[in-house]
Structure formats: C-alpha cells, structure tokens
Design a protein around this ligand. Sequence first.
Ligand code: NAP
Length: 280
Amino acid sequence: MTQPPTVTLPSGDELPAVGVGTWDIGGETVKQSVRAGLDAGYGHVDTAEGYKNESEIGDALSEYDREDVFLTSKVLPKHLNYESLIESCEDSLERLGTDYLDLYLIHWPNPAVSLRETLSAMEHVVERGWVRNIGVSNFSSYQLSCAQHISNVPIAVNQIEFHPLFQRPDLVDYCRETDTVIEAAAPLGRTAVFENPVIQELAETYDKSAPQIALKWETERGIVPLPKSSTPEHVRSNLELFDWEMDEDDLRRIDDADEDSPVYDTPGRDWSRYTYGISE
Ligand SMILES: NC(=O)c1ccc[n+]([C@@H]2O[C@H](COP(=O)([O-])OP(=O)(O)OC[C@H]3O[C@@H](n4cnc5c(N)ncnc54)[C@H](OP(=O)(O)O)[C@@H]3O)[C@@H](O)[C@H]2O)c1
C-alpha cells in the first residue's frame, strides 16, 4: 500500500496529496473506484452533492475506518443561501453515512447570492462539528480574495481546473501567496493531456504512463490532483507517483507545455441554470 505524502491545512489537519475523483460515476462503478483507491492507500475521496453519488460512496466508506479517510464534499451554487447550505450539508452527511466532512467546498461561486451569507453558513457548519475545513472551488483570485477577507474560518483550499495544458499561473501564484492549497480538478484534462507530445515523450523516458507523468508533475508542483477513473487498475496506477523521481529539467518542460486550454472552465460557459440556479 502506497501512502501519499500529506499537505498540512491551517487547522493542522493533513490532506493526502492525491485524492480519488468521483465526478460522473455512480452505482457499482463509483463503489469499486473508491474501494480500489482506499485499498491502494489514497486515504482521500472527493465528491459533491452535484455528483449524485454520495449514497454509493457512503456504502463503500462504511467498510473502512472513518478516521482513515479524508472526505470532501461540495455544496452546489444554487444552495448557497444560509438555510440551504446548512440543509445541503446535513443531507450530504446523511447520504455519506458520516457525522463530519473533512472538507466542504463551495462548488462554484454564485454572483446571485451574498458571499458573506454563504460563509457565515459555512462557519455555522464548522461550529456544529459537521465540517472540519472549508474551501472554495472554481474561484478566481478576485473571488478568493473576497472570501478570504470575509470569512472567519480560513479558506483552506481552492479546487480549480488545473493540468499541464491549463496551468493558470496568476491564479496559482495568488493561491500560493495566500497559503491556499490548490486541488487539481480534471488533473488529466479529461484525457486531453495524454496526447501531448512532451507528456508522451517523458512517459517513454521514464517508462511510466502518460497519466502518471502528468500527476507526478502536479504533485511536484505542490498541487493536489484528484484523478477520476472508472477502472480500478487505473485508480491504483494513478497513485504510483512517490517511489520515483523526475528531473527538474523535465518538470520544466511540462511547465513550458501550457496551452492555456481548459476542458471545462471555459470563459463562454453558461452555468446560470444548472449551476447557479438563477433562472430555474
Ligand atoms: N470542482 C469542480 O468543479 C470539478 C470539476 C471537474 C472535476 N472535479 C474533480 O476532479 C476529478 C477528476 O476530474 P475529471 O473526472 O473531470 O477528469 P480527469 O480525472 O482529468 O480525467 C478522467 C478521465 O481520465 C481517464 N483516466 C484516468 N486515469 C487513467 C489511467 N491511468 N489510464 C488511462 N485513462 C485514465 C478516465 O478514464 P477511465 O475511467 O477509463 O480510467 C477518464 O476518462 C473529478 O472526478 C472531480 O472529483 C471537480
């Protein structure tokens, strides 16, 4: 079993440096992925109320010691009003079969709801003991800076789209300057990174898979990737990152491979209905 290194959060809690992503998988598939990940040693699972798989994940988690798992969920932007957030959190706990979350994230910013109201609801769920750390997801530097100024509880994490083809240097610098841990959503660019010639060449040089090269680079750059796979063998191999080294020159070649090319956080997206719930 490989135990990944950990990143210390402002609360003192240790966040394992790689997590099992679970977006867009449900039923037996997500149970198998979570089991494969926890058996391999990830100790870290990422879900969200919006993924509609918390009950299945709860079933899988019931086979493990709760203390051995760092569990993250997220509240949808349409549930960011004070009472809605508290209700969403309680519902996630119930579905996941646990009495606390290690990390609870605002899944997307919602311009139609007061951030101050949302963050005071976040403080409330922390005070109740339902949530140990809070954070945000898909926040720009400006939005993160607003959250940091308003929140009485440290914003421990910003989970953002990040991979070799979308490196977001300004946002990454701002997170680093403010000690906000970056979690990489879509760390494989939903497979887009596999086709990159630099990644392919390094995979050959190091006799590793393309996903392992991308994930290794992310962890070496201090970012916590959350790879998702419906294939247990892939889940296991995505954790094999810590018993080999990549030369700094080769890491820099990946730094230079940035194409500023998102797979989901695209400027033209319209999230107003599904995500923000503004026009529902
Ligand atoms: N906060 C947010 O808004 C947000 C947004 C997106 C994602 N996320 C989080 O980040 C996680 C990952 O993102 P994602 O699911 O969008 O994409 P991803 O992890 O970048 O890519 C997933 C794809 O990579 C393939 N894959 C994974 N490991 C592989 C391997 N070792 N060999 C070959 N193929 C492999 C998977 O196929 P197979 O199933 O065939 O292995 C799947 O098609 C999500 O599950 C979620 O937890 C969060």
